[in-house]
Every structure is written in structure tokens, then in C-alpha cells.
Design a protein around this ligand. Structure first.
Ligand code: GLV
Ligand code: MN
Ligand code: MN
Length: 417
């Protein structure tokens, strides 16, 4: 530890400021049903970005933005450089009608930790950074975790900028429209360690009455878009046996995925979007377009699930006399976090007197991408009732503060304080 002033004290997070900022950010993009929608690179997300950048500047951080729109607040270390840093990150884009914590809690907690260093007058031995990565949710642009993927070198910038949303607007155009394309090359700030604090978004910590989740890894994710082409015909005159019903074929796939997942024990499958054409009450659908989200902590079992889906699509096409096309949107391999860093998270939780348990994340996170380029780990706090991706997402203030308390302790341990 080196002093920026006369006598540095130990960094302490100001919980009231953190909770106030979480609440303020949660009010950006609010809808009448109590959720908020800040799809990546939208006008409402831009308002959230502006707020976060202002808070970074107020905390005395150096703000840099890269060409995929990732935002970094940096506190330089004793050597004045950017190398060998420790980064804390997450995202501030949301799903549709989201809760207040997903991603925002991690970004604002990282900011709270860096602010604590500044306010204590402590110059860290190595640079600290807080990151808000672009398009983590993947609702508007696929793949998800796009900003961290590009920063980690997993996709060339040019390819990412050309990805289009459902309306044909590309990432590059969306960045330009809201003026959020920065000047830094993605990957200009690759840390030695990456930490992400997040609400669990699942029911385990709440059910087990544990305050801290020591995250050992993230399960694998595979996203598909499936298009079924059948034949439109009259709902009242076409005998059931003479139909080539795209809607029915889509329903068969959905039921198959649920049953296959239930019997597999570990695989999760979700048909989260579906659209029919012509979409009329008395017309047999000529087209159904739907998405499939498959997840499994075991990469081989995820591959089996993908193969099972492919075989079922082929069989259904044949049996129902429809054409089925599938496009692979995303494949993220399961990730195992750095053992030593995971142990440090557990040690910090124990030393702070918080109950904890080890678990594997069901949700995708930027930490998955960063784990490819540095030592990475995550900390979870309970989601009440396991609810997330919903306006009803809740975590108690006490648990939010316990999480950032552990995060700061991990940072201090990693830096050798
Ligand atoms: C991101 O939130 C995901 O797991 O889909
Ligand atoms: Mn998230
Ligand atoms: Mn999410």
C-alpha cells in the first residue's frame, strides 16, 4: 500500500452511496409495470451509461471507452501504468422489464470499491478498473456477452460491429446513433484478475439461507433460432390429418425439449420467443420462428442436447411435412474459474463471518469471457425466491452490502494488503 496523502486509512465502502446509486440507475428506463428496459445501445441504455460515466468521473476515475462501447473507470496504481491490473465488472444493459440488480449491482459495487480506495487516499500497487461491458444480455444483439467477448479477443471487432438486431440496425450503427463508440481498441485494458459480483438470479442461496455464493464456474450456453415453414390453410375446412402446421411443429419441439431436459437431470431448455405467420385466429400457421436456449454445466451433455434437438427437428420435418431450418446463434463453453481466486472469495466470506456455499452459475456472465484471458472469479448474493429477469427481482440491502464487503476484502487480499 502506498499513500496518496499523509496517512492512508484502510478503504471502506460507503454502503449508502452504493444503495442510492443502484436505486437511481434502476429508475432509468422504468416502465409502468415497475420493470426497466435498457436494451443494449438504446436511448435508455445511453441514459444509464451517462449516469455511470458521471459517477466514475465524480469518483476521480479516468474514464476510457473502447470501440465496442465498453466503459472503463480506471484508478492507476503505484507504477502509473495500465498493465497487470485488477478489474471488477459487469453490465448495465437489461432484458425487457428487468429487475434493478442484474449487472448494475456488479458495476456499481466495482465503482464503490474504487471510490473507497480514492477516499481513503490509498494508491493501489497495481491499477484497478471497473468495467461496464456492452450487450451482456444478448436480447437485442446476439451473441450475449458481446462486449467482453470482443475485449477478450473472442470475436474480431469488425464482425461484432456488423451484427444486426431484429430491425436490421447493426451494433456499429447503434453505437454511432447514441455516440458511444470510444477511441480505445478492445483489449487495450486486459487485467491479471477479473472479479464480478452479481445477484444469484436463482433460488439456491435463498433456499439454503446462505449469504454469499462462492462461484466455481458458469454452465455452457447454446442458443438457436429455428424456422418452421408449413402451409397456410383454412382452420375450419382443412382436416387435421391434411395439415402442415408450422405452429404445431413448433409446439412439438417445445414439448420435446422440456421432456428431454427433465429426464437429463442437468440440461435446461427454454423456448423464449416465438412468432407465427400469418398469425390469425382462423389460419393454420405457415411459419413459426422461435428461439431455443440450452444450458448444461457439462460441455459434452450440452453437445448431446444440441444433437438431440437437431435429430428431433429432422424427424418432425419429415412427420409433419414441413421444412425446418436452424441457425446457431451462440455457443459458450462451460467455464471453471481460477481455483486460487475462488478460494480467496471463500476465505474472505468466512473471515467476514458470512455463511457461504459453492455453486455453479446458471446465468451467463462477462466473467465467462474474461476467464479466457485472466484469472477470474465471481461472488453471488441471494435473489429472494430465485427471481430474476423480472421486475420482481429482489435482494435485501443487507445482502447487497455483504456482497460488496466480500468483494472489497477479496480485492485487498489479491493486492496483498
Ligand atoms: C444472461 O443474463 C443470461 O444468462 O442469459
Ligand atoms: Mn447479468
Ligand atoms: Mn441478465
Amino acid at each position: 500500500m502506498t499513500s496518496g496523502g499523509n496517512s492512508p486509512s484502510r478503504p471502506v465502502v460507503r454502503g449508502d452511496v452504493l444503495l442510492g446509486q443502484i436505486e437511481s440507475l434502476a429508475s432509468v428506463g422504468l416502465d409502468s409495470e415497475g420493470g426497466r428496459t435498457r436494451l443494449a445501445l438504446s436511448e435508455s441504455e445511453k441514459a444509464g451509461r451517462d449516469l455511470v460515466v458521471r459517477w466514475m468521473e465524480e469518483a476521480g476515475l479516468e474514464v476510457r471507452v473502447d470501440r465496442i462501447g465498453n466503459i472503463f473507470g480506471i484508478l492507476r496504481g503505484a507504477d502509473g501504468g495500465l498493465g497487470n491490473g485488477l478489474m471488477i465488472g459487469s453490465h448495465i444493459d437489461t432484458v425487457i422489464h428487468a429487475g434493478p440488480f442484474d449487472g448494475c449491482y456488479g458495476v456499481l459495487s466495482g465503482l464503490a470499491v474504487l471510490r473507497a480506495f480514492r477516499e481513503a487516499g490509498v494508491v493501489p500497487p497495481r491499477p484497478l478498473a471497473v468495467a461496464a461491458f456492452t450487450n451482456e444480455e444478448g436480447v437485442r444483439f446476439q451473441p450475449d456477452m458481446l462486449g467482453s467477448l470482443v475485449a477478450a479477443g473472442g470475436m474480431p471487432l469488425g464482425e461484432a460491429l456488423n451484427i444486426a438486431d431484429g430491425q436490421g440496425c447493426t451494433v456499429g450503427e447503434a453505437l454511432a446513433a447514441i455516440g458511444c463508440s470510444g477511441g480505445e481498441e478492445p483489449g487495450f485494458l486486459l487485467p491479471s484478475e477479473y472479479l464480478e459480483l452479481h445477484v444469484e438470479q436463482g433460488p439456491r442461496l435463498d433456499a439454503e439461507k446462505k449469504r454469499i455464493g462462492v462461484v466455481e464456474g458458469v454452465q455452457g450456453i447454446s442458443w438457436w433460432r429455428v424456422t418452421v415453414e408449413g402451409t397456410a390453410n383454412h382452420a375450419g375446412t382443412t382436416p387435421m390429418k391434411m395439415r402442415h402446421d408450422a405452429g404445431y411443429a413448433a409446439a412439438l419441439v417445445s414439448v420435446f425439449l422440456r421432456e428431454r431436459s427433465l429426464s437429463s437431470g442437468t440440461t435446461l431448455a427454454t423456448v423464449g420467443t416465438i412468432a407465427f405467420e400469418p398469425c390469425a385466429v382462423n389460419v393454420i400457421p405457415s411459419k413459426a420462428v422461435f428461439t431455443v436456449d440450452l444450458r448444461d454445466p457439462d460441455g459434452a451433455k450440452l453437445t448431446e442436447a444440441e444433437e438431440g434437438l437437431a435429430a428431433f427437428l429432422e424427424k418432425t420435418a419429415l412427420e409433419e411435412g414441413v421444412r425446418i431450418l436452424s441457425e446457431h446463434l451462440v455457443r459458450c463453453e462451460p467455464v471453471v474459474f481460477d481455483r486460487e481466486l475462488v478460494q480467496t472469495v471463500e476465505d474472505a466470506a468466512v473471515s467476514k463471518g458470512y455463511s457461504s456455499m459453492r455453486l455453479v452459475s446458471g446465468a451467463g456472465h462477462d466473467a465467462q469471457m474474461m476467464a479466457g484471458v485472466c484469472r477470474a472469479a465471481m461472488i453471488f448474493v441471494p435473489s429472494i425466491g430465485g427471481v430474476s429477469h423480472s421486475p420482481d427481482e429482489k435482494t435485501s440491502a443487507g445482502d447487497l452490502l455483504a456482497g460488496v464487503d466480500v468483494l472489497l476484502d477479496v480485492v485487498l487480499r489479491v493486492l496483498g494488503f
